[in-house]
Ligand binder design. Sequence first.
Ligand SMILES: Nc1nc2c(ncn2[C@@H]2O[C@H](COP(=O)(O)OP(=O)(O)O)[C@@H](O)[C@H]2O)c(=O)[nH]1
Ligand SMILES: [Mg+2]
Length: 199
Amino acid sequence: MSFFPDASFITSAHRFQQFVADEGAEVAFAGRSNAGKSSAINTILNRRGLAKTSKSPGRTQLVNFFRLAEDSRLVDLPGFGYARVARSLRDHWRGLLEDYFEHRASLAGLILVVDSRRLLGDFDWQMLDWCGGIGCPVHVLLTKADKLKKEPAARALAAVEKELGDGATVQLFSALKYDGVEEARLRLVELIDTHKRTG
Ligand SMILES: Nc1nc2c(ncn2[C@@H]2O[C@H](COP(=O)(O)OP(=O)(O)O)[C@@H](O)[C@H]2O)c(=O)[nH]1
Ligand SMILES: [Mg+2]
């Protein structure tokens, strides 16, 4: 079964003015470069190649909008936490994301993509801070879980759950092995439905 049979790319934005109309509900995906964000989006939407995956981290990124269904979107945010990206570009992204979190009424939740072997970093805490400030729910995907054995994976999950407390929900995820895909889809749908019900 496909949760999002009508998923399609809408547009890319480099500036706030280029964002699509702030209507309905949208869930944002964020993660440090190379965390596995594009792979997670493609796997969750069951569309290989919809969000481009890359082996070269730090490639110029934009804010990418995808249609999920009538009145709902997925937004792929740039991950600026990578040292090889020029400082001016990082500052631009930071400002753009700050604007986004501050002013986006249709924002229903954030799915934060974190490499399960690296745990939470500065970029992730910045995202969590912004979301905490506006009461935006966060769901953390601990990706590339296939690279960890069962015990270390369980420990990574417990450690992040403990760090975040009630601040977010957390799960293990693997785009390679399809682990946790259904759970991620259900959470995505739940975030959208909750936003539509409560505004
Ligand atoms: N083993 C494994 N590799 C993954 C997984 N997800 C992504 N990758 C790899 O990690 C690299 C970065 O993935 P990508 O989705 O482009 O990361 P992004 O920069 O966060 O969008 C690529 O080489 C992917 O093939 C996963 O679940 N398991
Ligand atoms: Mg990517």
